[in-house]
Design a protein around this ligand. Structure first.
Ligand code: FE2
Ligand code: FE2
Length: 442
Protein backbone atom coordinates (compact mmCIF):
# COMPACT_ATOMS: atom_id res chain seq x y z
CA UNK A 1 0.00 0.00 0.00
CA UNK A 2 1.20 3.50 -0.79
CA UNK A 3 2.13 5.84 2.09
CA UNK A 4 -0.54 7.81 3.92
CA UNK A 5 -1.06 9.21 7.41
CA UNK A 6 -4.26 10.31 9.10
CA UNK A 7 -6.17 10.69 12.32
CA UNK A 8 -9.12 8.42 12.91
CA UNK A 9 -11.81 9.75 15.25
CA UNK A 10 -15.18 8.06 15.43
CA UNK A 11 -18.57 8.06 17.12
CA UNK A 12 -18.23 11.68 18.13
CA UNK A 13 -21.94 11.80 19.09
CA UNK A 14 -21.93 15.60 19.30
CA UNK A 15 -24.82 17.03 21.27
CA UNK A 16 -25.77 20.71 21.27
CA UNK A 17 -26.31 21.52 24.93
CA UNK A 18 -28.58 24.49 24.18
CA UNK A 19 -31.24 21.94 23.23
CA UNK A 20 -31.34 20.84 26.87
CA UNK A 21 -29.34 18.30 28.85
CA UNK A 22 -30.61 18.46 32.42
CA UNK A 23 -33.23 17.14 34.82
CA UNK A 24 -34.38 13.78 36.09
CA UNK A 25 -35.05 12.17 32.69
CA UNK A 26 -31.58 13.22 31.56
CA UNK A 27 -29.89 11.81 34.68
CA UNK A 28 -31.80 8.54 34.24
CA UNK A 29 -30.76 8.31 30.61
CA UNK A 30 -27.10 8.96 31.41
CA UNK A 31 -27.06 6.43 34.25
CA UNK A 32 -26.96 3.56 31.75
CA UNK A 33 -25.03 5.18 28.90
CA UNK A 34 -21.44 4.46 27.97
CA UNK A 35 -20.89 7.97 26.68
CA UNK A 36 -21.48 11.54 27.77
CA UNK A 37 -23.91 13.96 26.13
CA UNK A 38 -23.31 17.16 28.05
CA UNK A 39 -19.51 16.83 27.88
CA UNK A 40 -19.43 15.83 24.20
CA UNK A 41 -18.96 19.32 22.72
CA UNK A 42 -16.10 20.16 25.11
CA UNK A 43 -14.38 16.81 24.42
CA UNK A 44 -14.69 17.23 20.65
CA UNK A 45 -13.43 20.83 20.75
CA UNK A 46 -10.37 19.92 22.83
CA UNK A 47 -9.59 16.84 20.69
CA UNK A 48 -9.86 18.84 17.47
CA UNK A 49 -7.55 21.48 18.99
CA UNK A 50 -4.94 18.81 19.72
CA UNK A 51 -5.26 17.35 16.24
CA UNK A 52 -5.06 20.84 14.75
CA UNK A 53 -1.69 21.40 16.43
CA UNK A 54 -0.12 18.36 14.71
CA UNK A 55 1.60 19.65 11.62
CA UNK A 56 2.71 16.17 10.42
CA UNK A 57 -0.71 14.76 9.59
CA UNK A 58 -3.25 16.72 7.63
CA UNK A 59 -6.05 14.19 7.15
CA UNK A 60 -8.86 13.39 9.61
CA UNK A 61 -11.34 10.56 9.02
CA UNK A 62 -14.61 10.19 10.98
CA UNK A 63 -16.63 7.05 10.14
CA UNK A 64 -20.07 7.91 11.45
CA UNK A 65 -22.34 8.57 14.39
CA UNK A 66 -21.28 12.19 14.20
CA UNK A 67 -24.13 13.42 16.43
CA UNK A 68 -25.97 12.15 19.47
CA UNK A 69 -29.02 11.21 17.45
CA UNK A 70 -29.33 13.37 14.37
CA UNK A 71 -30.48 16.59 16.08
CA UNK A 72 -30.32 19.36 13.47
CA UNK A 73 -28.73 21.77 15.96
CA UNK A 74 -26.08 19.19 16.92
CA UNK A 75 -25.13 18.79 13.25
CA UNK A 76 -24.92 22.58 12.83
CA UNK A 77 -22.61 22.99 15.82
CA UNK A 78 -20.51 19.94 14.89
CA UNK A 79 -20.06 21.24 11.35
CA UNK A 80 -18.81 24.58 12.80
CA UNK A 81 -16.11 22.61 14.66
CA UNK A 82 -15.21 20.76 11.46
CA UNK A 83 -14.76 24.09 9.65
CA UNK A 84 -12.47 25.33 12.45
CA UNK A 85 -10.33 22.21 12.03
CA UNK A 86 -10.35 22.61 8.26
CA UNK A 87 -9.08 26.18 8.68
CA UNK A 88 -6.07 24.70 10.47
CA UNK A 89 -5.15 22.92 7.25
CA UNK A 90 -6.86 19.57 7.78
CA UNK A 91 -8.73 17.67 5.09
CA UNK A 92 -11.67 15.95 6.76
CA UNK A 93 -13.60 12.95 5.46
CA UNK A 94 -16.76 11.80 7.20
CA UNK A 95 -19.49 9.27 6.61
CA UNK A 96 -22.80 9.35 8.44
CA UNK A 97 -24.54 6.52 10.27
CA UNK A 98 -27.74 5.60 12.08
CA UNK A 99 -27.33 8.25 14.79
CA UNK A 100 -27.10 11.05 12.23
CA UNK A 101 -30.64 11.20 10.86
CA UNK A 102 -34.23 10.22 11.55
CA UNK A 103 -37.08 11.17 13.84
CA UNK A 104 -35.67 9.97 17.14
CA UNK A 105 -33.88 13.16 18.16
CA UNK A 106 -34.42 14.15 21.76
CA UNK A 107 -33.23 16.65 24.35
CA UNK A 108 -33.89 16.81 28.09
CA UNK A 109 -35.58 19.70 29.88
CA UNK A 110 -37.59 20.12 33.09
CA UNK A 111 -37.15 16.49 34.09
CA UNK A 112 -38.58 15.31 30.79
CA UNK A 113 -37.46 14.05 27.44
CA UNK A 114 -38.56 16.30 24.61
CA UNK A 115 -38.52 15.75 20.89
CA UNK A 116 -36.33 18.13 18.89
CA UNK A 117 -35.85 18.67 15.18
CA UNK A 118 -34.02 15.80 13.51
CA UNK A 119 -32.28 15.58 10.16
CA UNK A 120 -33.41 14.18 6.84
CA UNK A 121 -31.03 11.53 5.47
CA UNK A 122 -31.25 13.16 2.03
CA UNK A 123 -29.79 16.42 3.39
CA UNK A 124 -26.63 14.84 4.82
CA UNK A 125 -24.47 14.78 1.66
CA UNK A 126 -25.04 18.47 1.12
CA UNK A 127 -24.48 19.33 4.80
CA UNK A 128 -21.13 17.52 4.75
CA UNK A 129 -20.13 18.43 1.17
CA UNK A 130 -16.90 20.07 2.42
CA UNK A 131 -16.01 16.99 4.44
CA UNK A 132 -15.66 14.21 1.89
CA UNK A 133 -18.65 14.30 -0.42
CA UNK A 134 -17.41 17.33 -2.37
CA UNK A 135 -14.10 15.56 -3.10
CA UNK A 136 -15.68 12.27 -4.07
CA UNK A 137 -14.68 10.56 -7.31
CA UNK A 138 -17.94 8.60 -7.13
CA UNK A 139 -20.99 8.57 -4.82
CA UNK A 140 -23.41 5.67 -4.47
CA UNK A 141 -26.62 7.71 -4.26
CA UNK A 142 -28.84 5.18 -2.38
CA UNK A 143 -26.39 4.67 0.48
CA UNK A 144 -24.13 7.80 0.36
CA UNK A 145 -21.05 5.56 0.12
CA UNK A 146 -18.27 7.31 -1.78
CA UNK A 147 -14.70 7.07 -2.99
CA UNK A 148 -12.12 9.82 -2.54
CA UNK A 149 -8.44 10.02 -3.33
CA UNK A 150 -7.25 11.25 0.07
CA UNK A 151 -3.52 11.22 -0.75
CA UNK A 152 -1.53 10.73 -3.91
CA UNK A 153 -2.37 7.25 -5.19
CA UNK A 154 -4.41 6.32 -2.09
CA UNK A 155 -8.17 5.97 -2.42
CA UNK A 156 -10.60 5.57 0.43
CA UNK A 157 -13.70 3.49 -0.15
CA UNK A 158 -16.16 4.97 2.35
CA UNK A 159 -18.89 2.40 2.87
CA UNK A 160 -22.17 3.64 4.36
CA UNK A 161 -24.27 0.73 5.52
CA UNK A 162 -26.57 2.54 7.91
CA UNK A 163 -28.57 4.46 5.34
CA UNK A 164 -32.26 5.32 5.09
CA UNK A 165 -34.35 2.73 3.23
CA UNK A 166 -31.30 0.51 2.69
CA UNK A 167 -30.41 -2.78 4.38
CA UNK A 168 -29.28 -1.85 7.92
CA UNK A 169 -25.78 -2.85 8.91
CA UNK A 170 -25.46 -4.78 5.68
CA UNK A 171 -23.98 -4.63 2.22
CA UNK A 172 -26.29 -6.12 -0.38
CA UNK A 173 -25.30 -7.42 -3.84
CA UNK A 174 -25.99 -4.08 -5.54
CA UNK A 175 -23.85 -2.19 -3.01
CA UNK A 176 -21.03 -4.73 -3.36
CA UNK A 177 -21.16 -4.51 -7.15
CA UNK A 178 -20.78 -0.72 -6.87
CA UNK A 179 -17.83 -1.14 -4.46
CA UNK A 180 -16.17 -3.67 -6.78
CA UNK A 181 -16.47 -1.27 -9.68
CA UNK A 182 -14.75 1.42 -7.61
CA UNK A 183 -11.97 -0.91 -6.42
CA UNK A 184 -11.34 -2.10 -10.00
CA UNK A 185 -11.21 1.49 -11.22
CA UNK A 186 -8.71 2.40 -8.50
CA UNK A 187 -6.48 -0.54 -9.49
CA UNK A 188 -6.65 0.52 -13.14
CA UNK A 189 -5.59 4.03 -12.05
CA UNK A 190 -2.66 2.51 -10.12
CA UNK A 191 -4.07 3.52 -6.72
CA UNK A 192 -4.05 1.63 -3.41
CA UNK A 193 -7.44 1.24 -1.73
CA UNK A 194 -8.42 1.01 1.91
CA UNK A 195 -11.95 1.22 3.30
CA UNK A 196 -13.94 2.73 6.12
CA UNK A 197 -17.34 1.60 7.36
CA UNK A 198 -19.33 2.52 10.45
CA UNK A 199 -20.07 -1.12 11.26
CA UNK A 200 -17.22 -3.44 12.21
CA UNK A 201 -16.70 -6.09 9.54
CA UNK A 202 -15.02 -8.59 11.88
CA UNK A 203 -16.59 -9.06 15.34
CA UNK A 204 -14.48 -6.88 17.65
CA UNK A 205 -14.35 -9.56 20.35
CA UNK A 206 -15.36 -13.21 19.86
CA UNK A 207 -18.63 -12.90 21.78
CA UNK A 208 -19.84 -10.12 19.44
CA UNK A 209 -20.23 -12.79 16.76
CA UNK A 210 -23.43 -13.64 18.63
CA UNK A 211 -24.72 -10.06 18.80
CA UNK A 212 -26.69 -9.19 15.68
CA UNK A 213 -25.95 -5.48 15.49
CA UNK A 214 -22.29 -5.73 16.57
CA UNK A 215 -20.89 -6.29 13.09
CA UNK A 216 -22.00 -6.13 9.48
CA UNK A 217 -24.51 -8.80 8.46
CA UNK A 218 -22.96 -11.88 6.78
CA UNK A 219 -19.62 -10.58 7.93
CA UNK A 220 -17.52 -13.45 6.58
CA UNK A 221 -18.95 -12.85 3.11
CA UNK A 222 -18.29 -9.10 3.25
CA UNK A 223 -14.81 -9.59 4.74
CA UNK A 224 -13.94 -12.11 2.01
CA UNK A 225 -15.33 -9.81 -0.67
CA UNK A 226 -13.07 -6.96 0.49
CA UNK A 227 -9.99 -9.14 1.09
CA UNK A 228 -10.31 -10.99 -2.24
CA UNK A 229 -10.64 -7.71 -4.08
CA UNK A 230 -7.41 -6.41 -2.60
CA UNK A 231 -8.73 -4.28 0.29
CA UNK A 232 -6.50 -5.26 3.20
CA UNK A 233 -7.43 -2.52 5.67
CA UNK A 234 -10.78 -1.25 6.96
CA UNK A 235 -11.43 1.28 9.72
CA UNK A 236 -14.64 0.99 11.69
CA UNK A 237 -16.53 2.20 14.79
CA UNK A 238 -20.12 1.74 16.05
CA UNK A 239 -19.39 -0.67 18.91
CA UNK A 240 -17.49 1.96 20.94
CA UNK A 241 -14.65 -0.50 21.48
CA UNK A 242 -10.91 -0.61 20.87
CA UNK A 243 -10.07 -3.66 18.81
CA UNK A 244 -7.94 -4.82 15.93
CA UNK A 245 -8.71 -8.08 14.16
CA UNK A 246 -7.45 -10.06 11.19
CA UNK A 247 -9.57 -12.27 8.95
CA UNK A 248 -8.35 -14.60 6.20
CA UNK A 249 -10.64 -15.50 3.31
CA UNK A 250 -10.78 -19.03 1.94
CA UNK A 251 -8.45 -17.86 -0.81
CA UNK A 252 -5.96 -16.81 1.88
CA UNK A 253 -6.41 -13.04 1.53
CA UNK A 254 -6.29 -10.92 4.65
CA UNK A 255 -8.52 -8.12 5.94
CA UNK A 256 -7.46 -6.08 8.99
CA UNK A 257 -10.31 -4.32 10.81
CA UNK A 258 -9.25 -1.48 13.11
CA UNK A 259 -12.30 -0.66 15.22
CA UNK A 260 -12.05 2.51 17.29
CA UNK A 261 -13.87 3.62 20.42
CA UNK A 262 -16.42 6.34 20.89
CA UNK A 263 -14.64 9.66 21.41
CA UNK A 264 -16.98 11.04 24.08
CA UNK A 265 -17.12 8.20 26.56
CA UNK A 266 -15.09 5.26 27.80
CA UNK A 267 -12.76 4.10 26.26
CA UNK A 268 -12.48 7.69 24.84
CA UNK A 269 -9.61 7.06 22.42
CA UNK A 270 -8.73 8.02 18.89
CA UNK A 271 -6.01 6.84 16.59
CA UNK A 272 -3.16 8.11 14.48
CA UNK A 273 -2.63 5.75 11.58
CA UNK A 274 0.34 5.68 9.25
CA UNK A 275 1.31 3.51 6.33
CA UNK A 276 4.98 4.11 5.58
CA UNK A 277 6.99 3.77 2.36
CA UNK A 278 7.61 0.08 3.18
CA UNK A 279 3.85 -0.57 3.46
CA UNK A 280 4.06 -0.97 7.23
CA UNK A 281 0.77 -0.04 8.89
CA UNK A 282 1.31 1.61 12.27
CA UNK A 283 -1.68 2.11 14.55
CA UNK A 284 -1.16 4.42 17.52
CA UNK A 285 -3.87 5.06 20.11
CA UNK A 286 -4.30 8.40 21.83
CA UNK A 287 -6.31 9.02 25.01
CA UNK A 288 -8.82 11.82 25.31
CA UNK A 289 -7.25 13.97 28.00
CA UNK A 290 -8.33 17.02 29.98
CA UNK A 291 -11.18 18.78 28.19
CA UNK A 292 -11.52 21.80 30.46
CA UNK A 293 -14.13 20.48 32.91
CA UNK A 294 -13.66 20.20 36.66
CA UNK A 295 -13.69 16.41 37.20
CA UNK A 296 -13.38 16.41 41.01
CA UNK A 297 -9.72 15.50 40.94
CA UNK A 298 -10.15 12.65 38.48
CA UNK A 299 -8.23 12.41 35.24
CA UNK A 300 -10.38 12.45 32.12
CA UNK A 301 -9.78 8.73 31.57
CA UNK A 302 -10.74 7.93 35.19
CA UNK A 303 -13.90 10.02 34.72
CA UNK A 304 -14.89 8.14 31.55
CA UNK A 305 -14.17 4.65 32.87
CA UNK A 306 -15.81 5.11 36.27
CA UNK A 307 -18.99 6.38 34.61
CA UNK A 308 -19.04 3.43 32.22
CA UNK A 309 -18.43 0.90 35.01
CA UNK A 310 -21.40 2.37 36.90
CA UNK A 311 -23.53 2.33 33.73
CA UNK A 312 -22.77 -1.38 33.21
CA UNK A 313 -23.78 -2.18 36.78
CA UNK A 314 -26.93 -0.07 36.39
CA UNK A 315 -27.85 -2.08 33.30
CA UNK A 316 -27.50 -5.31 35.29
CA UNK A 317 -29.62 -3.73 38.03
CA UNK A 318 -32.22 -2.86 35.38
CA UNK A 319 -32.22 -6.44 34.08
CA UNK A 320 -32.74 -7.69 37.63
CA UNK A 321 -35.80 -5.56 38.27
CA UNK A 322 -39.36 -5.46 36.98
CA UNK A 323 -41.35 -8.43 35.79
CA UNK A 324 -44.56 -9.90 37.19
CA UNK A 325 -45.52 -12.49 39.81
CA UNK A 326 -42.89 -15.11 40.59
CA UNK A 327 -40.46 -13.60 38.04
CA UNK A 328 -40.65 -10.29 39.91
CA UNK A 329 -39.85 -12.02 43.22
CA UNK A 330 -36.97 -14.02 41.74
CA UNK A 331 -35.54 -10.92 40.09
CA UNK A 332 -35.88 -8.91 43.26
CA UNK A 333 -34.08 -11.67 45.24
CA UNK A 334 -31.26 -11.87 42.66
CA UNK A 335 -31.06 -8.06 42.51
CA UNK A 336 -30.58 -7.73 46.28
CA UNK A 337 -27.91 -10.46 46.25
CA UNK A 338 -26.12 -8.83 43.31
CA UNK A 339 -25.76 -5.58 45.28
CA UNK A 340 -24.17 -7.18 48.34
CA UNK A 341 -22.43 -10.37 47.32
CA UNK A 342 -18.63 -10.64 47.18
CA UNK A 343 -16.70 -12.61 44.58
CA UNK A 344 -15.46 -14.86 47.42
CA UNK A 345 -19.04 -15.82 48.29
CA UNK A 346 -19.83 -16.63 44.66
CA UNK A 347 -16.70 -18.80 44.54
CA UNK A 348 -17.85 -20.61 47.66
CA UNK A 349 -21.40 -21.10 46.32
CA UNK A 350 -20.16 -22.63 43.07
CA UNK A 351 -17.24 -24.59 44.54
CA UNK A 352 -14.66 -22.58 42.63
CA UNK A 353 -11.10 -22.43 43.93
CA UNK A 354 -10.93 -19.24 45.98
CA UNK A 355 -8.55 -16.50 45.02
CA UNK A 356 -7.11 -14.16 47.66
CA UNK A 357 -7.04 -11.19 45.31
CA UNK A 358 -10.75 -11.35 44.45
CA UNK A 359 -12.12 -12.72 47.73
CA UNK A 360 -13.39 -9.45 49.18
CA UNK A 361 -14.19 -7.68 45.93
CA UNK A 362 -17.85 -6.86 45.44
CA UNK A 363 -19.40 -8.63 42.46
CA UNK A 364 -20.79 -5.32 41.17
CA UNK A 365 -17.27 -3.87 41.15
CA UNK A 366 -15.89 -6.86 39.23
CA UNK A 367 -18.71 -6.75 36.66
CA UNK A 368 -17.98 -3.06 35.98
CA UNK A 369 -14.23 -3.66 35.73
CA UNK A 370 -14.57 -6.57 33.32
CA UNK A 371 -17.00 -4.63 31.11
CA UNK A 372 -14.77 -1.55 30.92
CA UNK A 373 -11.75 -3.79 30.30
CA UNK A 374 -13.36 -5.51 27.30
CA UNK A 375 -14.02 -2.16 25.62
CA UNK A 376 -10.52 -0.84 26.36
CA UNK A 377 -9.03 -3.69 24.30
CA UNK A 378 -5.90 -5.66 25.13
CA UNK A 379 -7.95 -7.90 27.45
CA UNK A 380 -5.72 -8.55 30.44
CA UNK A 381 -7.61 -11.49 31.92
CA UNK A 382 -5.65 -14.18 30.12
CA UNK A 383 -5.24 -17.81 31.22
CA UNK A 384 -3.98 -18.18 34.78
CA UNK A 385 -5.10 -14.72 35.98
CA UNK A 386 -7.59 -14.56 38.90
CA UNK A 387 -10.48 -13.20 36.83
CA UNK A 388 -9.90 -15.79 34.10
CA UNK A 389 -9.96 -18.54 36.72
CA UNK A 390 -13.14 -17.14 38.27
CA UNK A 391 -15.04 -16.85 34.96
CA UNK A 392 -13.68 -20.19 33.77
CA UNK A 393 -14.85 -21.77 37.05
CA UNK A 394 -18.37 -20.36 36.64
CA UNK A 395 -18.52 -21.53 33.01
CA UNK A 396 -17.48 -25.04 34.07
CA UNK A 397 -20.30 -25.17 36.59
CA UNK A 398 -22.77 -24.16 33.91
CA UNK A 399 -21.26 -26.23 31.09
CA UNK A 400 -24.43 -28.36 30.86
CA UNK A 401 -26.41 -25.18 30.06
CA UNK A 402 -23.80 -23.96 27.53
CA UNK A 403 -23.86 -27.29 25.71
CA UNK A 404 -27.64 -27.01 25.32
CA UNK A 405 -27.50 -23.41 24.11
CA UNK A 406 -24.56 -23.72 21.68
CA UNK A 407 -26.33 -25.66 18.88
CA UNK A 408 -29.11 -23.05 18.90
CA UNK A 409 -26.56 -20.28 18.32
CA UNK A 410 -24.95 -21.95 15.29
CA UNK A 411 -25.27 -19.93 12.10
CA UNK A 412 -24.24 -20.81 8.54
CA UNK A 413 -22.83 -24.09 9.83
CA UNK A 414 -20.25 -22.35 12.06
CA UNK A 415 -20.01 -24.10 15.44
CA UNK A 416 -20.20 -22.05 18.64
CA UNK A 417 -17.92 -22.70 21.61
CA UNK A 418 -19.22 -20.34 24.30
CA UNK A 419 -16.47 -21.21 26.76
CA UNK A 420 -13.63 -20.17 24.46
CA UNK A 421 -15.63 -17.23 23.05
CA UNK A 422 -16.19 -15.74 26.50
CA UNK A 423 -12.67 -16.40 27.76
CA UNK A 424 -11.09 -14.95 24.60
CA UNK A 425 -13.30 -11.90 25.03
CA UNK A 426 -11.87 -11.06 28.46
CA UNK A 427 -8.28 -11.95 27.54
CA UNK A 428 -6.52 -10.99 24.31
CA UNK A 429 -4.75 -14.03 22.84
CA UNK A 430 -4.30 -12.64 19.34
CA UNK A 431 -0.59 -11.95 19.64
CA UNK A 432 -0.91 -8.23 18.93
CA UNK A 433 -2.36 -5.25 20.73
CA UNK A 434 -5.81 -3.75 20.13
CA UNK A 435 -4.35 -0.31 20.71
CA UNK A 436 -0.84 0.04 19.32
CA UNK A 437 0.10 -2.40 16.60
CA UNK A 438 2.08 -2.80 13.40
CA UNK A 439 1.31 -4.93 10.35
CA UNK A 440 3.19 -5.36 7.10
CA UNK A 441 0.67 -4.76 4.33
CA UNK A 442 0.94 -5.99 0.76
FE1 FE2 B 1 -22.01 5.21 18.12
FE1 FE2 C 1 -23.50 3.25 15.46
Amino acid sequence: MKPVSFYLVTDTHYFENELGAEGKAFEKKMSTEQYFMKESSAIIKSTFERIGEDKDTDIVIIPGDLTKNGEKESHKSFIKELYKLKEKGKKIYVITAGHDYGEYSFAYKNDERIQVEGTDFNDLCDMYRDFGYGDAIAIDEPTHSYVAEIASGVRMLAICCDSFNQPKGAMDERHMAWAKEQIDKAKKDNCSVFAICHYPIIPSVPVFDLVGDAKIKEWRKVASFLADNGVELILTGHMHIQSINEFYSEKGNRLIDVCTSCLVGSPAKYRKITVDENSVLKVKTIDVEDFGWDLNGMSAQEYFHSHFAEAIVNRVRGALSGGKGIVKHLKSFAGKRFEKISVGTVERLFFIKRDKELKNKKLTELVGEIGVGIFLGDGVHTEGTPVYNFISGILKRFSFVLKKVEPKLEKDGVKVDLNSMLLNTIGNNKGYSDNDAEFKLR
